[in-house]
Design a protein around this ligand. Structure first.
Ligand SMILES: Cc1cc2nc3c(=O)[nH]c(=O)nc-3n(C[C@H](O)[C@H](O)[C@H](O)COP(=O)(O)OP(=O)(O)OC[C@H]3O[C@@H](n4cnc5c(N)ncnc54)[C@H](O)[C@@H]3O)c2cc1C
Length: 496
């Protein structure tokens, strides 16, 4: 069956697809929004819901330029910087019809580059009628992200010119006369007058693509199976260039012993900090060691959830292996009593059904191995006891001196490992979200290998994010909203 009743087709219904669809519909388009899963939300609905905003465009641009280290063109970064200065007002305009409360606060970028102080966050603090257990029983993650997604969902549902089809996987792009003219989805060819906006996320759920593009392996995914790089393959088939495929946002975390649990489990998030401004009154209960029983990193990096996986990637040519995959997270009874170390997240019906009622403490119970002595723990984890005992001794001396001369961990975060029983668990690199995908310009047009726009094809959200070196927290969500608005209008300029 062939249909051409639509002006625009949007593929994927997370934040990026939702905002692109709303924008195109408000500009008068009939929009088809296609989502692979039974439920909308993607990994967007698991997020912590903080949208990066900025006071000054030029300052934001300076910071984004420094953190991108030449991996994205000036024009694309300028568009993002400009978008950040108007984002708070846009979110307020979305909030107003549904009585939602927006809170904006200052929050500097994590790294000491020019422009860091211009940033803040906008979050939805309250939304009448939002009830996580009813709205998103299949989701575990940041409640503010789910609340923000519910607001976007309300807007999509209130627009009769947006047709949403769930459980509909887009398989291919349709091309004619050198332009993208529609998609094939569920055995149907669907055409549109203006163009296709790919908003179908990254490749968190695609182990094969990860093996091909990432040097460290295996990496476990934090939240969702459906983002399998479909948009990357479709854009490639239309001739797109790719960028930032190496770059993902992630930390270290656990695997569940039950193979029915398909995700990595992120380690507890502690407050982020900035070099030169160490965290105050924050204690981290654990250290990490490699397969030799030795520490190898500052476990509490400034922005752990972004870069902490990177230290696990070292390759040892003598071993012909990664000695830090897995690594081992070690704590003692006093540390364990402080807080659970597991922070599971998911958007997955089957996982929610089986594990939905388990608390973080119960996850810890499943994951942590215990022993009455340090040598006993070494034996249980398969670590060389002598070197492991030496590491723990050195660590405890460093705690007493309040100085981690080896790796520069913030003094306030240090806790000795001295009170039995002792606990340990294997940890792996965990991907929260990927940044790679098709190259796009400042108008969100997908570019081919020679930098030429592919007519009728746009990409938004984390599918080809501009972040190609260091990430700015809240930047992915900001990109979904800013890029989604740009693409939702630009697509209407595209006609055969
Ligand atoms: C636990 C967690 C916390 C996070 N916290 C933050 C945060 O606080 N701030 C921040 O900025 N970022 C955060 N991120 C990252 C951020 O959530 C994502 O980068 C962003 O939400 C991606 O949005 P998106 O719309 O591009 O993709 P998604 O929200 O993943 O949406 C893509 C959609 O496309 C669908 N899809 C895939 N393939 C197809 C296909 N072939 N056909 C149709 N549909 C398809 C998927 O099912 C999915 O619903 C977090 C990520 C995780 C996992």
């Amino acid at each position: 069956m062939v249909s051409d009743a639509f002006d625009v087709i949007v593929v994927g219904f997370g934040f990026a697809g939702g905002i692109a669809a709303i924008t195109a519909a408000d500009a008068g388009a009939r929009v088809l929004l296609l989502e692979k899963q039974q439920d909308a939300g993607g990994i967007s609905v698991c997020s912590e819901g903080g949208l990066r905003i900025a006071k000054e465009k030029s300052e934001a641009f300076n910071y984004l330029s420094a953190t991108n280290a030449g991996t994205a063109p000036e024009a694309a970064l300028l568009a993002l910087a400009a978008g950040m200065t108007g984002l708070a007002d846009y979110v307020k305009s979305l909030a107003e019809p549904f009585g939602a409360t927006v809170v904006c606060r200052d929050s500097a970028g994590h790294y000491p580059f020019p422009g860091a102080d211009t940033f803040g966050f906008a979050t939805i603090e309250a939304l009448p009628g939002y009830d996580h257990a009813i709205d998103f029983p299949q989701v575990r993650g940041g409640v503010a992200g789910a609340r923000l997604f519910k607001l976007v969902l309300n807007h999509v549902r209130s627009r009769p010119t947006i047709e949403v089809r769930l459980a509909t996987q887009v398989q291919r792009l349709l091309q004619a006369q050198n332009r993208v003219v529609g998609v094939r989805a569920g055995g149907q060819e669907i055409r549109c007058h203006h163009g296709v906006i790919l908003a179908c996320g990254g490749f968190e759920g695609d182990a094969e693509m990860q093996r091909q593009f990432w040097h460290l392996k295996p990496v476990v995914s934090a939240a969702m199976r459906a983002n399998m790089g479909d948009g990357i393959r479709m854009a490639q088939s239309a001739g797109a260039a790719l960028w930032h495929m190496w770059h993902f946002h992630g930390a270290y975390g656990f695997r569940h012993p039950d193979p029915a649990y398909p995700f990595g489990i992120r380690v507890k998030k502690l407050p982020d900090w900035r070099p030169g401004f160490p965290p105050k009154d924050v204690r981290m209960s654990w250290i990490l060691v490699d397969c030799h029983g030795q520490r190898f990193m500052n476990e509490y990096e400034p922005y752990m959830q972004d870069t902490a996986y990177r230290a696990l990637g070292a390759f040892d040519p003598a071993m012909q292996a990664h000695p830090r995959i897995p690594s081992y997270l070690i704590l003692d009874a006093a540390g364990r009593a402080r807080y659970p170390v597991s922070a599971p997240t998911w958007h997955d019906r089957a996982v929610a059904q089986q594990f939905g009622t388990a608390t973080a403490e119960e996850f810890d119970e499943q994951i942590l191995i215990s022993a009455g002595s340090i040598t006993g723990l070494a034996e249980a984890l398969g670590l060389p006891p002598e070197s492991f005992v030496r590491t723990i001794d050195e660590w405890n001396q460093a705690c007493a001196a309040q100085q981690d001369a080896a790796f520069g961990r913030p003094a306030m975060s240090m806790l000795p490992i001295a009170q039995p029983p002792y606990y340990g668990a294997r940890v792996w690199p965990v991907v929260s979200n990927t940044q790679g995908g098709p190259v796009h310009d400042e108008r969100q047009r997908v570019l081919d290998a020679f930098g030429v726009p592919i007519a009728g094809l746009f990409a938004v959200g984390e599918l080809g994010s501009v972040f190609g070196h260091l990430y700015l927290s809240g930047g992915n969500l900001a990109e979904c909203f800013i890029g989604g608005r740009i693409a939702g209008l630009e697509v209407l300029q595209s006609t055969a």
